[in-house]
Design a protein around this ligand. Structure first.
Ligand SMILES: Nc1nc2c(c(=O)[nH]1)N[C@H]1C(S)=C(S)[C@@H](COP(=O)(O)O)O[C@H]1N2
Ligand SMILES: [Mo]
Length: 200
């Protein structure tokens, strides 16, 4: 049976809204570019490299065959909206880490996306039980503007860390800031601590 994980943030019924946020019904699409092409799944490869014992390169078909799980999690954008209980399905990042085996030296992951977006995530967030590489949203293939073919979802961080159109995870022994982090956003981004901007 498929694993079903309810994000810890969703479990605590009282006060699930992080400080400074308000609930809205559906996520608002944000993209750094206007046009998102129809990605070619035949040539698509998902890659993990850098500070790992077992670098991998998978076709989309191979990715879909990995053990999967469903995660129900709230989604918090730094622009102050939150969406309750989004249902994602895909590969738990903690399961992926068992395959790629990060080295002792690995501290950060730089996430690479097909349209050029990047974001940096401390490696500990890939060990959270509700973090996943999602290929479905509400039981259907990820909608194009919500990250098809693959999206990293990290419910315990602000949504800009939940990178869409992901093709690669680069494990690093040092911090390399991503697209928004270079532009002043927080290096971690915990919504419960209101880690919106670096230096706040
Ligand atoms: N590849 C990619 N991922 C991205 C972004 C982006 O521009 N490109 N924007 C981020 C931001 S700022 C937010 S708030 C969320 C929005 O998710 P949505 O577009 O699915 O609503 O995606 C994040 N992931
Ligand atoms: Mo965002």
């Amino acid at each position: 049976m498929k694993k079903r994980i309810i994000s810890p943030a969703v479990q605590k019924k009282e006060d699930r809204l992080p400080p400074g946020q308000k609930w809205i019904k559906a996520p608002i699409v944000y993209d750094i570019v206007d046009d998102i092409p129809d990605w070619d799944l035949e040539s698509y490869r998902f890659k993990v490299w850098g500070e790992v014992e077992n670098p991998i390169e998978l076709t989309y078909e191979e990715l879909l065959k990995l053990p999967s799980a469903e995660v129900v999690a709230d989604f918090h954008c730094v622009t102050r909206w939150s969406v309750p209980e989004i249902v994602w399905e895909g590969v738990l990042t903690k399961d992926l880490l068992e395959i790629v085996k990060p080295k002792e030296t690995a501290q950060y992951v730089l996430v690479h996306c097909l349209e050029g977006y990047t974001t940096n995530v401390p490696i500990e967030y890939l060990y959270k039980e509700d973090s996943l590489l999602a290929y479905k949203m509400f039981g259907k293939p990820l909608p194009k503007r919500h990250g098809f073919p693959l999206r990293l979802v990290i419910p315990q961080l602000y949504a800009w860390k939940s990178a869409k159109y992901v093709w690669g995870l680069e494990f690093l022994d040092h911090l390399v800031p991503g697209y928004w982090e270079v532009r002043g956003y927080h290096m971690v981004g915990d919504p419960w601590k209101e880690e919106r901007f670096w230096g706040d």
